[in-house]
Design a protein around this ligand. Structure first.
Ligand SMILES: NC(=O)c1ccc[n+]([C@@H]2O[C@H](COP(=O)([O-])OP(=O)(O)OC[C@H]3O[C@@H](n4cnc5c(N)ncnc54)[C@H](OP(=O)(O)O)[C@@H]3O)[C@@H](O)[C@H]2O)c1
Length: 270
């Protein structure tokens, strides 16, 4: 059954930049109501005003929330319960940290797990039951190509995305007969503010040709969601690299990952 994007109410976390903002712009022409969530309220308000101006009849609600904070999440979810109901939940907010594990700051890692894992799960736990009761709805979770693979230099981020991938696959199986569509998006590098937030200290960067725009990522995510795809990997190069990775023996990938870790350690101790 197609997800309720047209004329529905869509909640997007992390709509103040990057992929979330692109999703909001692309869904504005279709949804009846958007609920935009992030911490930078000014950005959300500016986006909401622009979308309302462009799409007459579109309702846009802005909710400032630090989703890594349990109390703030509870208040958001309580407030949403009194509203018109969420038809589609897009769990997009997330960030990474690109450094060797023992050199990363604990407070940042803790916030990352709280956002990428706990908040995503908490929002599903509160917003999925009404969808099941109605027999329609959708969940679109932003995982990563790193939900399907691994490399050194992003251990905790990769751990959070493996969680998102496993959780989303299992949730999809559980909801298969309920009318609720569950899809995950597993992008490779996307040109957004993600890379600033990740504070890369590894000295390594992905090759430029694999990077795609937030607009392309959002468009492929929406198209895959509408086709009820389990996993969407946007971008030609990453899609095929991940196909190659899937048939690469684990022992061989471990050797590649170990070889990539050596210069990271050397870079930090120089
Ligand atoms: N860019 C990539 O290369 C890439 C690749 C694979 C997967 N992804 C995934 O795609 C998703 C979106 O990332 P992006 O690339 O669009 O990065 P981005 O431009 O940095 O956007 C991240 C969004 O998350 C929000 N956010 C961060 N911390 C938050 C918090 N504590 N509470 C509420 N919102 C918070 C940010 O808003 P505020 O700062 O205003 O709160 C922002 O809107 C993430 O889950 C990321 O892991 C990205």
């Amino acid at each position: 059954m197609p997800p309720a994007l047209d004329d529905g109410c869509v909640l997007i976390t992390g709509a103040s930049s990057g992929i979330g903002e692109a999703l909001a712009r692309q869904l504005a022409g279709r949804a009846r109501r958007l609920v935009l969530v992030a911490r930078r309220e000014e950005r959300l308000r500016a986006l909401a005003e622009e979308l309302r101006r462009e799409r007459s009849g579109l309702e846009v609600e802005v909710r400032r929330c630090d989703l890594s904070d349990r109390g703030a999440r509870e208040r958001l979810l309580d407030a949403l319960e009194g509203g018109p109901g969420i038809d589609v939940l897009i769990n997009n907010a997330g960030f990474g940290d690109q450094s060797l594990f023992e050199r990363a700051r604990w407070d940042k890692l803790e916030r990352m797990v709280a956002l990428n894992v706990t908040a995503l799960t908490h929002l599903c736990h509160r917003l999925v039951p009404p969808m099941v009761a109605q027999g329609r709805g959708g969940v679109l979770n932003l995982s990563s190509g790193f939900g399907l693979s691994w490399l050194p230099g992003l251990a905790v981020y990769i751990g959070t995305k493996h969680y998102v991938t496993g959780f989303t696959e299992s949730l999809r199986a559980e909801l298969a007969t309920t009318g609720v569509v569950v899809t995950q998006v597993c992008p490779g590098p996307v040109i957004t503010e993600f890379h600033d937030a990740a504070e890369n200290t590894t000295g390594q960067r992905p090759p430029r040709f694999v990077a795609i725009s937030a607009q392309q990522c959002a468009a492929e995510a929406i198209a895959g969601f509408e086709r009820d795809r389990a996993i969407v990997v946007p971008g030609f190069y990453i899609r095929n690299l991940l196909r190659l990775h899937a048939v690469t023996p684990r022992w061989l990938w471990r050797r590649i990952a170990t070889a990539l870790a050596r210069p990271m350690r050397a870079a930090g101790s120089a």
